[in-house]
Design a protein around this ligand. Structure first.
Ligand SMILES: Nc1nc2c(ncn2[C@@H]2O[C@H](COP(=O)(O)OP(=O)(O)OP(=O)(O)O)[C@@H](O)[C@H]2O)c(=O)[nH]1
Ligand SMILES: [Mg+2]
Length: 412
């Protein structure tokens, strides 16, 4: 069912988008596709409009007379019109599915705008029709880069996170405050993981020139993303590739080889490499297993938390016993050890994979409010703590403001 809508704000033409304003949004991305979907929040009469209805159902009934959840075939606009499939999914929500080209969807949006609807983005429509919390969960789900992430995000949308927060609110309200801080901390501990369900983990590959960093990126990515060359100093700028390791999204960054730079250009590349490495979730230090170098020791000492990769395992090992403990021996040329390195990298990034139905915060606002709740709990301010937790879930919707409405029509 539709939650109460509190959207307010002036429309581009001066109308006010109050809580009853009809809104319409394109749900599918702009551009060619098989089907485009438009969602309308407003009364069914908007589509009927007296003698010249916007939608003419094949069953001959007016939209206001159609039952909920019935999939209807019909035409949009004057004959011959667009062939569309329409469904009243709620008393105030109608979905219109049309041909996937840009023209059909644009026409439907324009007709509904003329009929009094505001065109908004799908995120604004979500926020206006559901709670901000639900809209955040939905948006996170729509940004999931892998199925594994989508699975966990869907869990949150289906109520796992909500019920965990409600449980903590219950503890606080019943005065059982002993366990509340621990429960909030548990959720906060998963915030970083939650962020990475929509943003890839950053892994930066560093090492001396010519050790095979670019080759390693290509081997992990499974295609020739970066230039490989047998002369040191080939890579100058950063090269990235997005991959999935064990279903987790990872952005690999290949960098310039680190050495005493021969030119200002190379020096800039090295600075960039070190800067990226400092910001990364994990560094991969690559050494050449077939050719130790005096500078390797310094590099290994400078990045104690890095995963060390001894590349070129297809060539004779020249390090012998001096290889660091836990080093991953691989050959980017033959692929030997690459799968095991991928597994080790995933395990080093995701230290604890959440169990099924585990609550995970999925938006920055949720994390901020959890932090606020925890500070209040530590200060024995239980009313403030409960208020912060309730604010995460409360249906307070964001206003649909004029600039948002104005831009929505041109947004993807
Ligand atoms: N035998 C062998 N050669 C490799 C392997 N990996 C890379 N090479 C070779 O090593 C040379 C350098 O490889 P790159 O991947 O360009 O090395 P890099 O570390 O990116 O070099 P810079 O960009 O100059 O810092 C190329 O000739 C590669 O073919 C490997 O596993 N085995
Ligand atoms: Mg390179």
């Amino acid at each position: 069912m539709t939650a109460p809508c509190d959207s307010t704000g002036p429309a581009p033409d001066g109308r006010t988008a109050d809580k009853y304003s009809p809104l319409v949004a394109l749900l599918t991305p702009r551009g060619r596709g098989a089907v485009a979907s438009v969602r309308l929040r407003g009364t069914a009469e908007l589509c009927d409009r007296g003698a010249s209805p916007l939608f003419t159902a094949a069953n001959g009934r007016r939209m206001a007379e159609q039952p909920l959840d019935r999939v209807l075939f019909g035409r949009w606009g004057k004959a011959p019109g667009e062939e569309v499939v329409v469904c009243r999914v709620d008393h105030e929500i109608i979905e219109i599915h049309c041909h996937g080209g840009d023209a059909a969807a644009r026409r439907i949006l324009a007709d509904l705008e003329r009929a009094g609807c505001l065109i908004v983005s799908w995120q604004e429509l979500e926020t206006a029709c559901a709670s901000q919390f639900d809209a955040e969960c939905r948006e996170a789900l729509s940004n999931a880069p892998t199925l594994r992430c989508a699975d966990i995000l869907l869990d949150q949308l289906m109520g796992t996170l909500r019920s965990s927060i409600e449980q903590i609110i219950g503890l606080v309200q019943r005065g059982e405050t002993k366990f509340a801080p621990r429960e909030i901390t548990t959720l906060l501990d998963r915030a970083r993981f939650g962020r990475h369900l929509t943003e890839p983990w950053q892994v930066v590959i560093v090492g001396r020139p010519n050790v095979g960093k670019s080759s390693l990126l290509n081997a992990l990515a499974g295609y020739q993303r970066a230039i490989v060359f047998d002369k040191p100093g080939t890579t100058r700028d950063m090269v990235t590739a997005e991959i999935a390791l064990d279903g987790w999204p990872v952005r690999l960054t290949d960098t310039a080889g680190i050495r005493k730079a021969g030119s200002a250009l190379e020096s800039a590349g090295i600075e960039l490499a070190l800067d990226q490495a400092r910001r990364a979730d994990r560094c991969l230090i690559v050494i050449d297993g077939s050719a130790p170098h005096a500078d390797d020791e310094g590099l290994l000492a400078a990045w104690p938390g890095a995963l060390v990769v001894a590349n070129k395992s297809d060539l004779p090992d020249a390090w012998e016993e001096r290889l660091p403990v836990g080093v991953h021996r691989v050959s980017s040329l033959t692929g030997e050890g690459i799968a095991a390195l991928g597994d080790a990298l995933a395990a080093s990034l995701i230290l604890q994979v959440p169990a099924a139905r585990m609550a995970v915060p999925v938006a920055a606002r949720q994390v901020e409010l959890l932090q606020m709740a925890l500070s209040a709990a530590h200060a024995d301010q239980w009313e403030t703590c409960a208020a912060a937790l309730e604010a995460i879930l409360q249906p307070g919707n964001q206003a649909v403001t004029a600039p948002a409405c104005a831009n929505a029509a041109t947004r993807e």
